[in-house]
Design a protein around this ligand. Structure first.
Ligand SMILES: NC(=O)c1ccc[n+]([C@@H]2O[C@H](COP(=O)([O-])OP(=O)(O)OC[C@H]3O[C@@H](n4cnc5c(N)ncnc54)[C@H](O)[C@@H]3O)[C@@H](O)[C@H]2O)c1
Length: 452
Protein backbone atom coordinates (compact mmCIF):
# COMPACT_ATOMS: atom_id res chain seq x y z
CA UNK A 1 0.00 0.00 0.00
CA UNK A 2 1.61 3.22 -1.24
CA UNK A 3 3.63 3.40 -4.45
CA UNK A 4 5.91 6.33 -3.57
CA UNK A 5 9.69 6.15 -3.28
CA UNK A 6 9.63 3.36 -0.72
CA UNK A 7 6.57 1.44 -1.86
CA UNK A 8 7.49 1.39 -5.53
CA UNK A 9 11.15 0.53 -5.00
CA UNK A 10 10.37 -2.12 -2.36
CA UNK A 11 7.59 -3.59 -4.49
CA UNK A 12 9.78 -3.79 -7.58
CA UNK A 13 12.71 -5.28 -5.65
CA UNK A 14 10.53 -7.82 -3.80
CA UNK A 15 9.09 -8.83 -7.18
CA UNK A 16 12.65 -9.21 -8.46
CA UNK A 17 13.29 -11.56 -5.52
CA UNK A 18 10.61 -13.79 -7.05
CA UNK A 19 7.58 -12.68 -5.01
CA UNK A 20 4.32 -11.69 -6.68
CA UNK A 21 3.54 -8.08 -5.79
CA UNK A 22 0.58 -5.83 -6.40
CA UNK A 23 1.02 -2.12 -5.69
CA UNK A 24 -2.01 -0.05 -4.68
CA UNK A 25 -2.29 3.65 -4.05
CA UNK A 26 -5.05 6.11 -3.17
CA UNK A 27 -3.56 8.39 -5.81
CA UNK A 28 -5.43 7.08 -8.86
CA UNK A 29 -3.39 9.15 -11.30
CA UNK A 30 -0.28 7.45 -10.02
CA UNK A 31 -1.81 4.00 -10.42
CA UNK A 32 -2.96 4.85 -13.98
CA UNK A 33 0.55 6.02 -14.83
CA UNK A 34 2.10 2.85 -13.43
CA UNK A 35 -0.44 0.69 -15.23
CA UNK A 36 0.44 2.43 -18.48
CA UNK A 37 4.07 1.38 -18.00
CA UNK A 38 5.41 4.73 -16.78
CA UNK A 39 7.26 5.39 -13.54
CA UNK A 40 6.14 8.54 -11.70
CA UNK A 41 9.40 9.21 -9.82
CA UNK A 42 12.99 9.63 -10.87
CA UNK A 43 15.17 6.93 -9.37
CA UNK A 44 18.15 5.44 -11.24
CA UNK A 45 17.38 1.95 -12.59
CA UNK A 46 13.78 1.91 -11.37
CA UNK A 47 12.06 2.06 -14.73
CA UNK A 48 13.99 -0.97 -16.02
CA UNK A 49 13.32 -2.93 -12.83
CA UNK A 50 9.60 -2.15 -12.88
CA UNK A 51 9.31 -3.00 -16.58
CA UNK A 52 11.21 -6.27 -16.21
CA UNK A 53 9.04 -7.49 -13.36
CA UNK A 54 5.80 -6.29 -14.98
CA UNK A 55 6.73 -8.19 -18.14
CA UNK A 56 7.36 -11.36 -16.13
CA UNK A 57 3.96 -10.97 -14.48
CA UNK A 58 5.30 -10.61 -10.94
CA UNK A 59 4.53 -6.90 -10.48
CA UNK A 60 1.12 -5.34 -11.02
CA UNK A 61 -0.59 -2.13 -10.02
CA UNK A 62 -4.21 -1.68 -9.11
CA UNK A 63 -6.65 0.85 -7.72
CA UNK A 64 -8.78 -2.05 -6.47
CA UNK A 65 -7.52 -2.14 -2.91
CA UNK A 66 -10.15 -4.69 -1.81
CA UNK A 67 -8.93 -7.21 -4.37
CA UNK A 68 -5.27 -6.47 -3.59
CA UNK A 69 -5.74 -7.09 0.14
CA UNK A 70 -7.88 -10.18 -0.29
CA UNK A 71 -5.42 -11.78 -2.68
CA UNK A 72 -2.26 -11.07 -0.64
CA UNK A 73 -0.71 -13.02 2.20
CA UNK A 74 1.37 -10.08 3.37
CA UNK A 75 0.38 -6.41 3.22
CA UNK A 76 3.16 -3.83 3.38
CA UNK A 77 2.17 -0.36 4.56
CA UNK A 78 4.46 2.07 2.68
CA UNK A 79 2.46 5.28 3.04
CA UNK A 80 3.84 8.68 3.98
CA UNK A 81 4.36 9.76 7.59
CA UNK A 82 4.92 13.52 7.25
CA UNK A 83 5.57 15.97 10.07
CA UNK A 84 2.89 18.04 11.71
CA UNK A 85 3.79 21.66 12.56
CA UNK A 86 4.35 20.55 16.18
CA UNK A 87 7.01 18.06 15.05
CA UNK A 88 4.70 15.15 15.90
CA UNK A 89 4.32 12.59 13.14
CA UNK A 90 1.14 12.78 11.08
CA UNK A 91 -0.08 9.20 11.35
CA UNK A 92 -3.32 9.71 9.43
CA UNK A 93 -2.16 7.81 6.32
CA UNK A 94 -0.97 4.82 8.36
CA UNK A 95 -4.19 4.77 10.40
CA UNK A 96 -6.29 5.01 7.28
CA UNK A 97 -4.31 2.19 5.63
CA UNK A 98 -4.87 0.05 8.74
CA UNK A 99 -8.63 0.72 8.59
CA UNK A 100 -8.70 -0.26 4.93
CA UNK A 101 -6.86 -3.50 5.69
CA UNK A 102 -9.33 -4.30 8.48
CA UNK A 103 -12.21 -3.60 6.14
CA UNK A 104 -11.12 -6.01 3.41
CA UNK A 105 -9.16 -8.79 5.09
CA UNK A 106 -10.95 -12.13 5.13
CA UNK A 107 -8.35 -14.71 6.14
CA UNK A 108 -5.02 -14.59 8.03
CA UNK A 109 -2.82 -11.65 7.02
CA UNK A 110 0.56 -10.34 8.00
CA UNK A 111 0.53 -6.56 8.13
CA UNK A 112 4.01 -5.09 7.79
CA UNK A 113 4.78 -1.50 8.70
CA UNK A 114 7.51 -0.40 6.30
CA UNK A 115 6.71 3.29 6.75
CA UNK A 116 8.88 5.02 9.34
CA UNK A 117 6.64 5.17 12.38
CA UNK A 118 7.04 6.15 16.03
CA UNK A 119 7.53 3.43 18.59
CA UNK A 120 4.15 2.09 19.60
CA UNK A 121 2.63 2.18 16.11
CA UNK A 122 2.56 -1.60 15.83
CA UNK A 123 0.06 -1.68 18.72
CA UNK A 124 -1.95 1.17 17.20
CA UNK A 125 -2.25 -0.61 13.87
CA UNK A 126 -3.33 -3.77 15.64
CA UNK A 127 -6.01 -1.92 17.62
CA UNK A 128 -7.37 -0.14 14.55
CA UNK A 129 -7.67 -3.39 12.60
CA UNK A 130 -9.39 -5.03 15.61
CA UNK A 131 -11.85 -2.15 15.91
CA UNK A 132 -12.83 -2.53 12.26
CA UNK A 133 -12.85 -6.34 12.31
CA UNK A 134 -12.96 -7.76 15.85
CA UNK A 135 -12.65 -11.40 14.67
CA UNK A 136 -9.64 -10.73 12.40
CA UNK A 137 -6.76 -13.21 12.32
CA UNK A 138 -3.51 -11.33 11.69
CA UNK A 139 -0.05 -10.38 12.93
CA UNK A 140 1.62 -7.00 12.78
CA UNK A 141 5.32 -6.78 11.89
CA UNK A 142 7.73 -3.84 11.79
CA UNK A 143 10.18 -3.89 8.88
CA UNK A 144 11.65 -0.39 8.60
CA UNK A 145 13.24 0.63 5.32
CA UNK A 146 16.74 2.12 5.11
CA UNK A 147 17.03 2.81 1.37
CA UNK A 148 18.31 6.19 0.23
CA UNK A 149 16.79 8.02 -2.72
CA UNK A 150 19.28 8.12 -5.58
CA UNK A 151 20.69 4.68 -4.73
CA UNK A 152 17.44 3.10 -3.61
CA UNK A 153 17.60 -0.12 -5.63
CA UNK A 154 21.17 -0.91 -4.71
CA UNK A 155 20.39 -0.11 -1.07
CA UNK A 156 17.40 -2.44 -1.11
CA UNK A 157 19.24 -5.24 -2.91
CA UNK A 158 22.44 -4.93 -0.84
CA UNK A 159 21.41 -3.57 2.55
CA UNK A 160 23.72 -3.35 5.56
CA UNK A 161 21.00 -5.20 7.45
CA UNK A 162 17.33 -6.15 7.37
CA UNK A 163 15.41 -5.34 10.55
CA UNK A 164 12.32 -7.37 11.33
CA UNK A 165 10.32 -6.85 14.52
CA UNK A 166 7.55 -9.34 15.14
CA UNK A 167 5.40 -10.66 17.96
CA UNK A 168 4.91 -14.15 16.53
CA UNK A 169 7.20 -16.77 15.02
CA UNK A 170 4.79 -17.43 12.17
CA UNK A 171 4.91 -13.80 11.03
CA UNK A 172 8.66 -13.51 11.57
CA UNK A 173 9.36 -16.58 9.43
CA UNK A 174 7.03 -15.43 6.66
CA UNK A 175 8.73 -12.05 6.40
CA UNK A 176 12.23 -13.57 6.51
CA UNK A 177 11.09 -15.79 3.64
CA UNK A 178 10.17 -12.72 1.54
CA UNK A 179 13.82 -11.64 1.88
CA UNK A 180 15.21 -15.10 1.11
CA UNK A 181 17.84 -13.94 -1.43
CA UNK A 182 19.26 -11.52 1.13
CA UNK A 183 19.10 -14.07 3.91
CA UNK A 184 20.94 -16.56 1.73
CA UNK A 185 23.54 -13.92 0.83
CA UNK A 186 24.32 -13.59 4.56
CA UNK A 187 22.94 -10.09 4.91
CA UNK A 188 22.62 -9.61 8.69
CA UNK A 189 19.03 -10.00 9.86
CA UNK A 190 18.17 -8.15 13.05
CA UNK A 191 15.23 -10.11 14.46
CA UNK A 192 13.64 -8.39 17.39
CA UNK A 193 10.42 -7.13 18.95
CA UNK A 194 8.17 -4.62 17.18
CA UNK A 195 9.04 -1.66 19.46
CA UNK A 196 12.78 -2.21 19.07
CA UNK A 197 12.51 -2.42 15.29
CA UNK A 198 10.57 0.84 15.24
CA UNK A 199 13.21 2.49 17.43
CA UNK A 200 16.13 1.21 15.31
CA UNK A 201 14.91 3.23 12.34
CA UNK A 202 14.41 6.49 14.26
CA UNK A 203 17.63 6.14 16.22
CA UNK A 204 19.62 5.39 13.05
CA UNK A 205 18.27 8.38 11.15
CA UNK A 206 18.77 10.68 14.13
CA UNK A 207 22.41 9.63 14.46
CA UNK A 208 23.06 10.05 10.73
CA UNK A 209 21.48 13.51 10.85
CA UNK A 210 23.52 14.30 13.98
CA UNK A 211 26.73 13.54 12.10
CA UNK A 212 25.75 16.05 9.43
CA UNK A 213 24.81 18.72 11.95
CA UNK A 214 28.01 18.04 13.88
CA UNK A 215 30.29 18.48 10.88
CA UNK A 216 28.37 21.61 9.87
CA UNK A 217 29.07 23.15 13.26
CA UNK A 218 32.71 22.06 13.01
CA UNK A 219 32.78 23.79 9.59
CA UNK A 220 31.73 27.07 11.20
CA UNK A 221 34.49 26.75 13.79
CA UNK A 222 36.95 25.94 10.97
CA UNK A 223 35.92 29.13 9.16
CA UNK A 224 36.53 31.19 12.28
CA UNK A 225 40.07 29.84 12.69
CA UNK A 226 41.23 29.16 9.12
CA UNK A 227 41.04 25.38 9.27
CA UNK A 228 39.73 23.30 6.35
CA UNK A 229 36.70 21.17 7.22
CA UNK A 230 37.34 18.70 4.38
CA UNK A 231 40.74 17.87 5.88
CA UNK A 232 39.22 17.74 9.35
CA UNK A 233 36.42 15.40 8.20
CA UNK A 234 38.92 13.13 6.47
CA UNK A 235 41.09 13.00 9.55
CA UNK A 236 38.07 12.20 11.69
CA UNK A 237 36.50 9.72 9.30
CA UNK A 238 39.57 7.50 9.14
CA UNK A 239 38.92 6.66 12.79
CA UNK A 240 36.88 3.46 12.46
CA UNK A 241 34.74 4.42 15.43
CA UNK A 242 33.63 7.52 13.52
CA UNK A 243 33.64 6.44 9.85
CA UNK A 244 33.81 8.77 6.85
CA UNK A 245 30.18 8.81 5.76
CA UNK A 246 27.76 11.68 6.46
CA UNK A 247 30.70 13.92 7.32
CA UNK A 248 30.45 16.33 4.39
CA UNK A 249 29.78 19.88 5.52
CA UNK A 250 27.11 21.54 3.43
CA UNK A 251 23.84 23.39 3.24
CA UNK A 252 22.18 21.31 5.96
CA UNK A 253 20.26 18.09 5.52
CA UNK A 254 16.89 17.94 3.79
CA UNK A 255 14.68 15.34 2.20
CA UNK A 256 11.60 13.52 3.30
CA UNK A 257 13.30 11.61 6.11
CA UNK A 258 15.97 13.24 8.29
CA UNK A 259 14.10 16.47 9.17
CA UNK A 260 10.83 14.76 9.99
CA UNK A 261 12.38 11.73 11.67
CA UNK A 262 14.58 13.83 13.96
CA UNK A 263 11.57 15.97 14.88
CA UNK A 264 9.45 12.83 15.25
CA UNK A 265 11.95 11.24 17.64
CA UNK A 266 12.16 14.43 19.70
CA UNK A 267 8.35 14.51 19.87
CA UNK A 268 8.24 10.83 20.87
CA UNK A 269 10.71 11.55 23.68
CA UNK A 270 8.60 14.52 24.86
CA UNK A 271 5.44 12.44 24.80
CA UNK A 272 7.17 9.84 26.96
CA UNK A 273 8.33 12.57 29.40
CA UNK A 274 11.93 11.94 28.45
CA UNK A 275 14.36 14.85 28.32
CA UNK A 276 16.41 14.59 25.12
CA UNK A 277 18.29 17.87 24.57
CA UNK A 278 20.81 16.28 22.20
CA UNK A 279 18.13 14.96 19.85
CA UNK A 280 16.35 18.31 19.90
CA UNK A 281 19.61 20.12 19.09
CA UNK A 282 20.15 18.15 15.84
CA UNK A 283 17.21 19.92 14.26
CA UNK A 284 17.99 23.33 15.76
CA UNK A 285 21.50 23.11 14.37
CA UNK A 286 20.22 22.13 10.92
CA UNK A 287 17.77 25.02 10.79
CA UNK A 288 20.67 27.39 11.61
CA UNK A 289 22.87 25.83 8.95
CA UNK A 290 20.29 26.43 6.24
CA UNK A 291 19.95 30.02 7.39
CA UNK A 292 23.72 30.40 7.30
CA UNK A 293 23.68 29.72 3.54
CA UNK A 294 21.33 32.66 3.02
CA UNK A 295 23.50 34.84 5.28
CA UNK A 296 26.64 33.85 3.38
CA UNK A 297 25.05 34.83 0.09
CA UNK A 298 23.88 38.11 1.56
CA UNK A 299 27.42 38.85 2.74
CA UNK A 300 28.58 38.29 -0.86
CA UNK A 301 25.97 40.27 -2.79
CA UNK A 302 24.44 42.65 -0.22
CA UNK A 303 20.73 43.45 -0.41
CA UNK A 304 18.89 40.81 -2.48
CA UNK A 305 16.38 43.31 -3.86
CA UNK A 306 16.72 43.58 -7.65
CA UNK A 307 19.52 41.00 -7.81
CA UNK A 308 19.59 37.99 -10.12
CA UNK A 309 20.80 34.81 -8.49
CA UNK A 310 21.63 31.58 -10.29
CA UNK A 311 20.85 28.39 -8.34
CA UNK A 312 22.48 25.16 -9.47
CA UNK A 313 20.69 22.14 -8.04
CA UNK A 314 17.27 22.11 -6.39
CA UNK A 315 16.77 18.48 -5.32
CA UNK A 316 17.61 17.79 -1.69
CA UNK A 317 20.46 15.59 -2.94
CA UNK A 318 21.80 14.36 -6.29
CA UNK A 319 20.15 11.61 -8.35
CA UNK A 320 16.64 12.32 -7.20
CA UNK A 321 13.81 14.63 -8.24
CA UNK A 322 12.67 14.90 -4.62
CA UNK A 323 12.61 18.46 -3.30
CA UNK A 324 10.92 17.77 0.04
CA UNK A 325 12.67 19.93 2.67
CA UNK A 326 15.42 20.72 0.15
CA UNK A 327 17.76 23.49 1.38
CA UNK A 328 17.35 25.11 -2.08
CA UNK A 329 13.69 25.81 -1.31
CA UNK A 330 14.59 27.88 1.72
CA UNK A 331 17.13 29.78 -0.36
CA UNK A 332 14.53 30.44 -3.07
CA UNK A 333 11.96 31.64 -0.51
CA UNK A 334 14.47 34.03 1.09
CA UNK A 335 15.58 35.41 -2.27
CA UNK A 336 12.13 35.80 -3.80
CA UNK A 337 10.62 37.43 -0.72
CA UNK A 338 13.48 39.94 -0.70
CA UNK A 339 12.89 40.87 -4.35
CA UNK A 340 15.54 38.83 -6.18
CA UNK A 341 15.07 36.98 -9.45
CA UNK A 342 16.08 33.32 -9.19
CA UNK A 343 17.31 31.51 -12.31
CA UNK A 344 17.67 27.82 -11.64
CA UNK A 345 18.80 24.60 -13.21
CA UNK A 346 18.48 21.06 -11.88
CA UNK A 347 18.81 17.87 -13.95
CA UNK A 348 15.67 16.24 -12.47
CA UNK A 349 13.83 18.42 -9.96
CA UNK A 350 12.78 21.40 -12.07
CA UNK A 351 9.12 20.48 -12.55
CA UNK A 352 8.49 19.92 -8.84
CA UNK A 353 10.31 23.13 -7.92
CA UNK A 354 8.43 25.22 -10.46
CA UNK A 355 5.13 23.84 -9.12
CA UNK A 356 6.09 24.94 -5.61
CA UNK A 357 7.67 28.25 -6.66
CA UNK A 358 6.00 29.48 -9.88
CA UNK A 359 8.20 32.60 -9.79
CA UNK A 360 11.32 30.48 -10.36
CA UNK A 361 12.94 31.02 -13.76
CA UNK A 362 13.74 27.47 -14.88
CA UNK A 363 16.61 27.14 -17.33
CA UNK A 364 17.72 24.37 -19.68
CA UNK A 365 21.32 24.26 -18.52
CA UNK A 366 23.69 25.82 -15.97
CA UNK A 367 25.01 28.39 -18.44
CA UNK A 368 21.60 29.84 -19.22
CA UNK A 369 20.89 29.94 -15.49
CA UNK A 370 24.12 31.88 -14.92
CA UNK A 371 23.27 34.54 -17.53
CA UNK A 372 23.65 38.02 -15.97
CA UNK A 373 23.65 36.55 -12.45
CA UNK A 374 25.00 38.60 -9.57
CA UNK A 375 26.06 35.35 -7.95
CA UNK A 376 26.02 31.63 -8.72
CA UNK A 377 25.02 29.33 -5.86
CA UNK A 378 25.56 25.58 -5.99
CA UNK A 379 22.93 23.90 -3.81
CA UNK A 380 23.07 20.21 -4.90
CA UNK A 381 26.19 18.29 -5.84
CA UNK A 382 24.98 16.61 -9.04
CA UNK A 383 27.90 15.00 -10.87
CA UNK A 384 27.31 17.11 -13.95
CA UNK A 385 28.24 20.23 -11.96
CA UNK A 386 31.59 18.74 -11.01
CA UNK A 387 32.78 18.85 -14.60
CA UNK A 388 31.01 22.03 -15.63
CA UNK A 389 32.67 24.52 -17.97
CA UNK A 390 33.44 27.02 -15.22
CA UNK A 391 35.04 29.69 -17.45
CA UNK A 392 31.78 29.68 -19.45
CA UNK A 393 29.81 30.24 -16.23
CA UNK A 394 32.14 33.10 -15.35
CA UNK A 395 31.71 34.55 -18.79
CA UNK A 396 27.90 34.48 -18.60
CA UNK A 397 27.52 35.81 -15.05
CA UNK A 398 27.38 39.53 -14.29
CA UNK A 399 29.70 39.14 -11.31
CA UNK A 400 32.35 36.50 -10.51
CA UNK A 401 30.75 35.47 -7.20
CA UNK A 402 30.33 31.77 -6.50
CA UNK A 403 28.84 30.27 -3.34
CA UNK A 404 29.49 26.53 -3.22
CA UNK A 405 27.22 25.08 -0.53
CA UNK A 406 28.59 21.55 -1.15
CA UNK A 407 32.36 22.07 -1.32
CA UNK A 408 32.74 20.40 -4.73
CA UNK A 409 35.39 22.73 -6.14
CA UNK A 410 38.94 23.47 -5.16
CA UNK A 411 39.14 26.96 -3.61
CA UNK A 412 42.51 27.73 -5.15
CA UNK A 413 41.50 26.58 -8.60
CA UNK A 414 38.33 28.67 -8.40
CA UNK A 415 40.32 31.75 -7.41
CA UNK A 416 42.81 31.05 -10.20
CA UNK A 417 39.89 30.96 -12.67
CA UNK A 418 38.81 34.40 -11.43
CA UNK A 419 35.97 33.57 -9.04
CA UNK A 420 35.32 35.14 -5.69
CA UNK A 421 34.69 31.75 -4.17
CA UNK A 422 32.99 31.03 -0.86
CA UNK A 423 32.38 27.50 0.39
CA UNK A 424 31.59 25.80 3.70
CA UNK A 425 34.22 25.48 6.41
CA UNK A 426 37.10 26.46 4.15
CA UNK A 427 39.00 29.70 3.66
CA UNK A 428 37.28 31.88 1.07
CA UNK A 429 39.29 32.84 -2.00
CA UNK A 430 39.33 35.94 -4.17
CA UNK A 431 40.52 36.20 -7.77
CA UNK A 432 44.29 36.50 -7.91
CA UNK A 433 44.89 34.81 -4.54
CA UNK A 434 48.13 32.94 -5.08
CA UNK A 435 48.67 29.27 -4.57
CA UNK A 436 49.99 28.44 -1.17
CA UNK A 437 53.46 27.05 -1.02
CA UNK A 438 53.37 23.26 -1.33
CA UNK A 439 49.61 23.55 -1.47
CA UNK A 440 49.07 20.88 -4.10
CA UNK A 441 49.93 18.09 -1.72
CA UNK A 442 47.81 19.67 0.99
CA UNK A 443 44.55 19.35 -0.93
CA UNK A 444 42.63 16.80 1.11
CA UNK A 445 41.89 13.57 -0.63
CA UNK A 446 44.14 14.29 -3.58
CA UNK A 447 47.00 12.22 -2.21
CA UNK A 448 47.12 9.81 0.64
CA UNK A 449 49.88 11.41 2.63
CA UNK A 450 51.63 8.17 3.44
CA UNK A 451 55.37 8.77 3.46
CA UNK A 452 58.07 6.20 3.89
N1 LIG B 1 11.82 8.34 0.75
C1 LIG B 1 12.80 7.72 1.39
O1 LIG B 1 13.97 7.82 1.06
C2 LIG B 1 12.47 6.84 2.57
C3 LIG B 1 13.45 5.96 3.06
C4 LIG B 1 13.14 5.14 4.13
C5 LIG B 1 11.90 5.21 4.73
N2 LIG B 1 10.97 6.10 4.26
C6 LIG B 1 9.65 6.12 4.90
O2 LIG B 1 8.75 5.39 4.08
C7 LIG B 1 7.43 5.98 4.12
C8 LIG B 1 6.99 6.35 2.72
O3 LIG B 1 7.87 7.32 2.22
P1 LIG B 1 7.87 7.74 0.68
O4 LIG B 1 9.00 8.66 0.49
O5 LIG B 1 7.75 6.51 -0.15
O6 LIG B 1 6.47 8.55 0.60
P2 LIG B 1 5.72 9.05 -0.69
O7 LIG B 1 4.97 10.25 -0.28
O8 LIG B 1 6.66 9.11 -1.86
O9 LIG B 1 4.68 7.87 -1.03
C9 LIG B 1 3.60 7.55 -0.20
C10 LIG B 1 2.49 7.01 -1.09
O10 LIG B 1 1.48 6.43 -0.28
C11 LIG B 1 0.21 6.70 -0.88
N3 LIG B 1 -0.84 6.49 0.11
C12 LIG B 1 -1.18 7.26 1.17
N4 LIG B 1 -2.18 6.68 1.87
C13 LIG B 1 -2.46 5.50 1.25
C14 LIG B 1 -3.39 4.45 1.50
N5 LIG B 1 -4.21 4.47 2.54
N6 LIG B 1 -3.39 3.40 0.67
C15 LIG B 1 -2.56 3.34 -0.39
N7 LIG B 1 -1.66 4.31 -0.69
C16 LIG B 1 -1.61 5.36 0.13
C17 LIG B 1 0.37 8.11 -1.37
O11 LIG B 1 -0.61 8.44 -2.35
C18 LIG B 1 1.80 8.09 -1.94
O12 LIG B 1 1.82 7.73 -3.31
C19 LIG B 1 7.57 7.17 5.07
O13 LIG B 1 7.22 6.75 6.36
C20 LIG B 1 9.04 7.49 5.03
O14 LIG B 1 9.50 8.11 6.20
C21 LIG B 1 11.23 6.90 3.19
Amino acid sequence: MGTGYVGLVSGACLADFGNVVVGVDINEQRVDLLRSGKVPIYEPGLEELVTRNRDRGRLNFSADVAFAIKSSEIVFICVGTPSQPSGEVDMSFVHSAARTIGQYMEDYKIVVNKSTVPVGTGDEVEQIIRQVRPDADFDVVSNPEFLREGSAIDDFMHPDRVVIGAGSQRAMEAVIDIYRPLYQADVPMVLTGIESAEMIKYASNALLAAKISFINEIASVCEAYGADVTAVARGMGLDERIGPRNLSAGAGYGGSCFPKDVQGLAATARRGDVEAPLIQAIDTSNVRQRRRMVDKLQAMVGDFDGKTICLLGLAFKPDTDDIREAPALEMIAALVSAGATVQAYDPAAMAHSQAEHPELVCCDDPYTAAQDADAVVLMTEWNEFRNMDLPRILDRAAAPKFLDCRNIYDPQEMAALGFEYVSIGRVSRRPGDGLEENSSWMVPGRFSPIRT
